[in-house]
Design a protein around this ligand. Structure first.
Ligand code: TRP
Ligand code: ZN
Length: 474
């Protein structure tokens, strides 16, 4: 996949992590006098993201994940077959997947059964025959047992979270390996298909479009297809008792909304505005990036946050208008354009929060300037601890604190003031268009702003992104 572009500050740490987990190429594999011969080595056990040093792997690029599973909420038992199609990006005699799920009963590569090693979240595979650069290969993993939640550095939970009527499934930043073997980093996107068999009466709701729904012998099987590339952390296949409503936006985008009956009344205003929100953001940010939209509104009190799961944001409690706008705006910024490193999280949260401010203004509420100046934003006293964290590198414990959200949105509003509306919205549209279905780093955003405005913005981004303290001039 793309070679990471790293900021200078992060480079030293990243290099150490990467070297520590990278295998030395096997000297015996090099054929002297035959430079074209394959040089097999192990794929890296990490992509070298310092916030989550075990996340992701090297040596291959996943194209597609297909998972076919049954889940019974009464026993919390899952039986699954995951089929992963990938392309080798180096000559491989070994590679890793990230997996924190239940017991594996078999693993094959291109139909050949293989032993494997599980070491923490690393699933280590030794393919024979070995894989050559550019070669497509298919890994099939069968597993069964009781998947569960994963606890994040900030103490919140994600992964496979059982609920009183099913399971709430969210993966940001590291939860998807709880139930699916993946190359778990936003720099390796792929298409997905989920086939979920659940007791009749329950609904399994996944990203993308519903291909089929079939009931037999007391079980219903749902097949969901994600046709645009997706980061692993945005995957969901949430199970529960849901009221389902299907419609289309005025511009023709299919809308699928699944709501826990207990959350219908509390979410009505937010759900009613989905089509209007999507069309408003499309008018500002460029075309909606996916084939469908919607929402999943569940009841998962232990989770306590919403997530921008691709095509269908998910809510653990009734959805407010503001949070719905935030999660739908993420479809452009976060989902279609994903962070290259988790330290770039403000590119997700600052953008979605600013979009939420814009929607509030559009909807007749506070203007974006009023929100910028409010006491939760620029109105905070300079002595507040809020200002003491660097936006471009908040650390894994503060990646979902108010820093990336509020200071991130303030940064964009300050940028808009400095460059004017024309350049600012051109930049937002170009960011969504040029990085569509991909990933990007803070340095790429700065470069785009300088290119589009023709100005040197070093001092501006220095005070907003790289320095602690409340900016006073920019
Ligand atoms: N990205 C989510 C949002 O902005 C929030 C989120 C995801 C989160 N994972 C989290 C918040 C973990 C706290 C902890 O909607
Ligand atoms: Zn967000």
């Amino acid at each position: 996949m793309t070679i990471p572009q790293l900021r200078g500050a992060a480079l030293a740490t990243v290099a150490l992590v990467t070297i520590g987990s990278m295998a030395i190429p096997d000297a015996a594999g090099a054929a002297p006098g035959n430079p074209g011969a394959p040089r097999y080595s192990a794929g890296a056990a990490s992509v070298g993201d310092p916030y989550f040093p075990d996340e992701g792997n090297g040596g291959y690029d996943v194209q597609h994940y297909d998972i076919n599973f049954s889940y019974d909420p009464a026993t919390r038992f899952m039986a699954a077959t995951a089929t992963i199609t990938a392309i080798a990006t180096q000559d491989l005699d070994r590679f890793n997947l990230d997996f924190r799920g239940p017991e594996i009963s078999s693993l094959t590569v291109d139909g050949h059964a293989h032993d494997f090693i599980r070491d923490g979240q690393e699933l280590v595979v030794t393919p024979r025959p070995k894989l050559k650069t550019g070669q497509a290969f298919t890994v099939v993993v069968r597993y069964a047992g009781v998947p569960g939640p994963i606890t994040d550095p900030d103490g919140s939970i994600e992964g496979w979270v059982p609920t009183d009527d099913g399971a709430f499934v969210v993966g940001e930043p590291q939860g998807t390996p709880a139930w699916l073997p993946t190359n778990d980093h936003p720099t390796d996107k792929a298409t997905f298909r989920f086939t979920a068999k659940v007791p009749e009466g329950l609904t399994a709701v996944g990203n993308g479009q519903l291909l089929s729904e079939e009931t037999r012998d007391g079980w219903t099987t749902f097949t969901w297809d994600s046709t645009e590339p997706m980061a692993t952390y945005l995957a969901t296949i949430t199970i529960g008792t849901f009221v389902v409503t299907e419609s289309t936006t005025p511009s023709g985008i299919p809308v699928y909304v699944a709501i826990d009956p207990r959350q219908v009344a509390g979410s009505a205003a937010a759900v009613a505005q989905i089509p209007r929100m999507v069309d408003f953001f499309a008018s500002k940010f460029g075309p909606y990036p996916f084939a469908s939209t919607g929402a999943i509104i569940d009841r998962a009190p232990d989770v306590g946050y919403a997530l921008e799961t691709q095509t269908k944001p998910i809510f653990s409690s009734p959805a407010s208008v503001g949070t719905m706008a935030h999660e739908l705006a993420h479809q452009w910024y976060g989902d279609s354009v994903s962070p290259q490193r988790w330290s770039d999280i403000w590119l997700n949260e600052g953008f979605a929060t600013y979009a939420q401010w814009m929607y509030t203004e559009y909807n007749g509420g506070a203007s974006v300037s009023q929100t910028f100046n409010s006491s939760s934003n620029y109105g905070r006293a300079a002595s507040s601890s809020f200002w003491q964290i660097v936006l471009a590198d908040p650390g894994p414990e503060d990646m979902f604190s108010s820093i990336p959200y509020n200071r991130g949105a303030m940064t964009l509003h300050a940028l808009r003031g400095k460059l004017g509306d024309d350049a600012f919205f051109r930049i937002l549209r170009e960011w969504a268009a040029s990085r569509r279905y991909s990933h990007a780093a803070t340095a790429d955003f700065i470069a785009l702003c300088e290119r589009e405005s023709g100005r040197n913005l070093t001092a501006f981004f220095d005070v907003w992104l790289f320095q602690k303290g409340k900016p006073t001039s920019w």
